[in-house]
Design a protein around this ligand. Sequence first.
Ligand code: URA
Length: 227
Amino acid sequence: MEHATTPNRVVLELASVARDAAACTACGLSATRTQTVPGEGSPIAQIVFVGEAPGAREDQAGRPFVGASGHLLDNLLASIGLRREEVFILNTVKCRPPGNRNPQKSETAACAPLLTRQLQALQPRVIATLGRHALAVFAPSARIAEVHGRPYARTEDDPHGGAMLFPLYHPAAALHNGSLRSTLERDMAALRGYLNMHAREGAGEATLREVDSVPIRPRSKRQGEAE
Ligand code: URA
């Protein structure tokens, strides 16, 4: 699929989503948040990482994955030659659940329109879900132990423009379980292999701040896509 919008339009839509999130009271999480965590990264990212929910550090900073699991995520990205400025990092919900509990289904459902708008604006080639809760939002019937570390073609409804899912374990789980850490490292290497095959133009070299200087260029075709 060609990118339907220019990077500047993507930035405008992402900023609009961030404003709408900041004003959102669609679920109870709005009452306990310090601030929303809309996400960050390159507006021309070909890969979007979707975590579960902001934690305490993220709630304070207004940025995703800035705590210990964020540090591990940065290292995992570096291990496959990526910086966080080159990808986009989102969460299924934009507000911290109190006590870092898992987001409830009603909360991910309330936040889904914002996530969908972000993904429709970004039109990534790959959505890498982090952990089973993020995976459940995109593929409710998939089990992470069975599908991690390889592309997962969705049979469920896909409002996100046909991006390939690539389920990964959550970095926080890998921090607490040494064997999951090596699994996650292997899965990241597999993701690199997939990107090499399917996203040859790189992961997006512009940050949001640099976007005004981003040349507007069409995306290359996906494999098998008609000219
Ligand atoms: N865990 C998540 O799922 N998201 C964050 O932003 C931080 C930790």
